[in-house]
Ligand binder design. Structure first.
Ligand code: IYR
Length: 223
């Protein structure tokens, strides 16, 4: 058992209460503008911006600090096409029968269907993989902990970072997503988590007319 190595907390920044309020409100104003986008421009996005946003994703807290995530950035048109073909194959089955009527009814307000042209149009796809366990050199397995929670947090930070940088995203979850392991040559211990579509919205992008639940609905205070 190794002993913990503790160092002083260096990065923490406290603000006066008025400044705290201002920052919290300003950040909310920025985040409430975020919309999931399904109409992307083909305009190229600087790769270094994606890299920087991935660094932010990598700051997420994780179970036992295992950081059980891996991000594959796909910009190659041939790979994007392969992913589109495979995703649309699954989606066709989903919309034509695998989805329950109740599920299809829940999706109706979003106007989604099996056609996913954005998987080719958008300059980048980011396939997020969850590292379910680690494989040592001798083939033995080492467990990771709270993998979905950890990768969910990292993905959330990535979506925030990309929005903050001025890019649009779609959190896409073709189901099942096993084809991503094959196309992107990821090992068996990694499970596809989500496929993020990243780019500029197209000039004529439209979004569903839907609203966010108010604070009173999403939170209660036991104080
Ligand atoms: N994966 C399908 C269906 C879908 C499911 C949910 I839950 C959504 O919020 C949106 C879509 C698709 O991408 O069309």
């Amino acid at each position: 058992m190794s002993t913990p190595r503790l160092v002083p907390l260096m990065g923490y920044q406290e603000y006066p209460v008025a400044e705290m309020r201002r920052r919290a409100a300003a950040f909310y104003d920025e985040m409430r503008r975020r919309r999931t986008v399904r109409h992307f421009s083909a305009r190229p996005v600087p790769r270094d911006v994606i890299e920087q946003c991935l660094r932010t994703a990598g700051t997420a807290p994780s179970g036992a600090n295992r950081q059980p995530w891996h991000f594959v950035v796909v910009g190659d048109p041939a790979l994007k096409r392969e992913i589109r073909v495979a995703a649309e194959r699954e989606e066709r089955e989903f919309y034509a029968g695998r989805a329950t009527d109740e599920w299809l009814e829940a999706l109706a307000p979003l106007g989604t269907d099996e056609h996913k042209p954005f998987l080719e149009t958008a300059p980048y796809l980011i396939a997020v993989f969850a590292e379910r366990y680690l494989v040592a050199a001798d083939g033995s397995r080492r467990a990771n902990y709270y993998v979905s929670e950890s990768v969910g947090l990292a993905t959330g930070l990535l979506v925030v970072a990309l929005h903050h940088a001025g890019l649009a995203t779609l959190t896409h979850t073709p189901s099942p997503m096993g084809f991503l392991n094959e196309i992107l040559h990821r090992p068996e211990n990694e499970r596809p988590f989500v496929l993020l579509v990243v780019g500029y919205p197209s000039a004529n992008a439209v979004v569903p007319d839907i609203a966010r639940k108010p604070l009173e609905t999403i939170a209660s205070f036991a104080c």
